[in-house]
Design a protein around this ligand. Structure first.
Ligand SMILES: [Zn+2]
Length: 413
C-alpha cells in the first residue's frame, strides 16, 4: 500500500474549520466511491471547499485506481461525509463510479489494507465497517455500489484481525504517525516532497517531474510561487511557504472534472453547523449553503455565492426589519432571518450542464418536469437540447447550461 500524506496540501477554507474529536469516539469506518470516473484528493477538496463551501475535503482518505492512498485529515477531524454520523465515522473514498464499472484489484487491496489498519488502530470490529448506504438516513444513496457483505468477508478472511488479540501491534505509521518535516529544502526526498510537487503542479507552478526529489526544478517552482504570493523568496518550504501553499487559490476556478456526485447532501451543514459565519460581499466571494439559505430568505438569486445582488437584497431586508443597514449578515441579521420563511418555492442549487458522467439529482428532475421531457433525473443530451430550446425561446444566452438566469426564467414566471 502506497501512501501520500496530503494533510497540509489540500484546499481548505480560510474562514472555517472542522471540529475535532477524541479518537476514542470513532465507532465506524465508512466506505464511499466518488461516483466519478476520475478524480483525486485534490479535486475533491477543491470541489468540497470551493463549490460546497465546506471547511475542507469530506473524506479522511482517498484511494485511487492504482491503489495509492492519500491521507487527507487527521482521524480526529470531524469532516462531512455521512451526515448525522460524521461525529463517529472515518471516511474512505475510492475513486470510481461502481454503479457502472468494477472495482479493480489494486484499489480493492489497498482499501482493504487501509481499512484493516484502521480497524486495528481504532479497535473497530468488522461489523462496523459500513458502506455509505448502510448509515442511518442513507438507504437511498447508491454509495459505494459494491457488495459490502463481500467486502467485510474479505476483511475477515485475510489479515485475520481478531480485535484485541494483541498479536499485531500495528505501527500507526501510515495512519497518524510519521511526523511531518517542518522544513523541506534542496536534496530532500520522500512522499512529502512528492505531495509538495503535486500541490505546485496543481497551482500551476510546474515543478518538473513528480518524483519526490527536491531538485533544482522544485527549488525553482517554489521560488516562483513565493514571488507570486509576496513572501521571502528562498526556494525553501518552511512554515510560511507551507501556509501560503495551503491557502493559495488560482484565480481561475474552472468547473471540476473530478466533482464527486457522491453528492453529500445539503443537510450536512445542518447536522454539523456550529457557529454561523458572518456573511458579506468580499472578493473572492463567499460561497456555501449558508449563503444559499440567506438568498432564499431575502429573495436574491439563489446561487450560493455572496455577490452584489445578495448584498443589496440583504440591505433591503435589514431596512424592512429595522436593523443596521450594512449588507452584512452578522448575528443580529442571522437571528432576524431565522424568523423568516423561505420566499421562493424553487431554489437554484447548482450549475447544471452536460458533463461526464451526467449530473443527476432531484434538481435535474425538477428541470425536466418543467421542460416537459422524461424526468429520469439525468442531465444528458436530451435535457441539454431541451434547455437550449427553452433559452432560445426566452431570448437569453443559448448555452445549454442551467445557470441562475435560466433557472429564474424557468421557474419564477
Ligand atoms: Zn458516499
Amino acid at each position: 500500500m502506497n501512501v501520500i500524506d496530503k494533510r497540509n496540501f489540500l484546499a481548505s477554507s480560510r474562514s472555517r474549520s472542522y471540529r475535532r474529536r477524541a479518537k476514542s469516539s470513532i465507532r465506524n469506518i465508512a466506505i464511499h466511491h466518488s461516483a466519478t470516473a476520475t478524480g483525486s484528493a485534490e479535486a475533491f477538496a477543491r470541489y468540497h471547499v470551493n463549490e460546497l463551501g465546506w471547511p475542507g475535503i469530506g473524506y479522511h482518505y482517498v484511494v485511487d485506481k492504482q491503489g495509492m492512498v492519500s491521507i487527507c485529515h487527521d482521524l480526529e477531524v470531524v469532516s462531512y461525509h455521512v451526515g448525522n454520523s460524521n461525529g463517529y465515522a472515518v471516511g474512505i473514498c475510492m475513486v470510481g463510479d461502481f454503479r457502472n464499472e468494477a472495482l479493480g484489484y489494486q484499489q480493492r487491496e489497498s482499501t482493504l489494507e487501509l481499512t484493516r489498519n484502521l480497524m486495528r488502530e481504532l479497535n473497530i470490529p468488522v461489523e462496523n465497517v459500513w458502506g455509505h448506504i448502510e448509515f442511518p438516513g442513507y438507504s437511498w444513496k447508491p454509495c459505494p455500489s459494491i457488495n459490502m457483505e463481500f467486502f467485510r468477508n474479505q476483511l475477515r478472511e485475510d489479515g485475520a484481525t481478531s480485535i484485541g488479540s494483541g498479536l499485531t501491534t500495528p505501527s500507526s505509521l501510515y495512519i497518524s504517525g510519521e511526523r511531518q518535516r517542518t522544513i523541506l529544502t534542496m536534496g530532500d526526498q520522500g512522499d512529502d516532497v512528492k505531495a509538495l510537487q503535486e500541490r505546485l503542479m496543481e497551482l500551476g507552478f510546474q515543478p518538473g517531474p513528480i518524483d519526490g526529489i527536491y531538485g533544482p526544478l522544485t527549488v525553482d517552482a517554489v521560488s516562483r510561487f513565493q514571488r507570486v504570493v509576496s513572501i521571502l523568496v528562498d526556494g525553501i518550504v518552511g512554515p510560511q511557504t507551507r501556509a501560503a501553499l495551503k491557502d493559495f487559490s488560482p484565480l481561475s476556478e474552472q468547473p471540476e472534472q473530478g466533482s464527486p456526485t457522491d453528492e453529500p447532501d445539503d443537510r450536512e451543514e445542518l447536522y454539523n453547523g456550529e457557529t454561523r459565519r458572518i456573511l458579506l460581499y468580499i472578493r473572492p466571494m463567499m460561497r456555501g449553503t449558508d449563503v444559499q439559505m440567506v438568498q432564499e430568505k431575502v429573495g436574491a438569486i439563489v446561487d450560493g455565492i455572496y455577490g452584489p445582488d445578495t448584498e443589496e437584497k440583504v440591505r433591503v431586508f435589514q431596512r424592512k426589519e429595522g436593523l443596521t443597514i450594512d449588507g452584512i449578515v452578522g448575528p443580529q441579521t442571522w437571528r432576524a432571518l431565522d424568523r423568516v420563511q423561505k420566499t421562493s418555492a424553487v431554489s437554484y442549487q447548482r450549475l447544471l450542464s452536460l458533463q461526464t458522467p451526467y449530473l443527476r439529482g432531484e434538481d435535474v428532475r425538477r428541470v425536466q418536469r418543467a421542460l416537459r421531457i422524461p424526468a429520469d433525473g439525468l442531465y444528458g443530451p436530451v435535457t441539454e437540447r431541451a434547455v437550449r430550446k427553452f433559452q432560445q425561446r426566452e431570448g437569453i444566452v443559448v448555452d445549454g447550461i442551467m445557470g441562475p438566469r435560466t433557472w429564474s426564467r424557468l421557474f419564477n414566471e
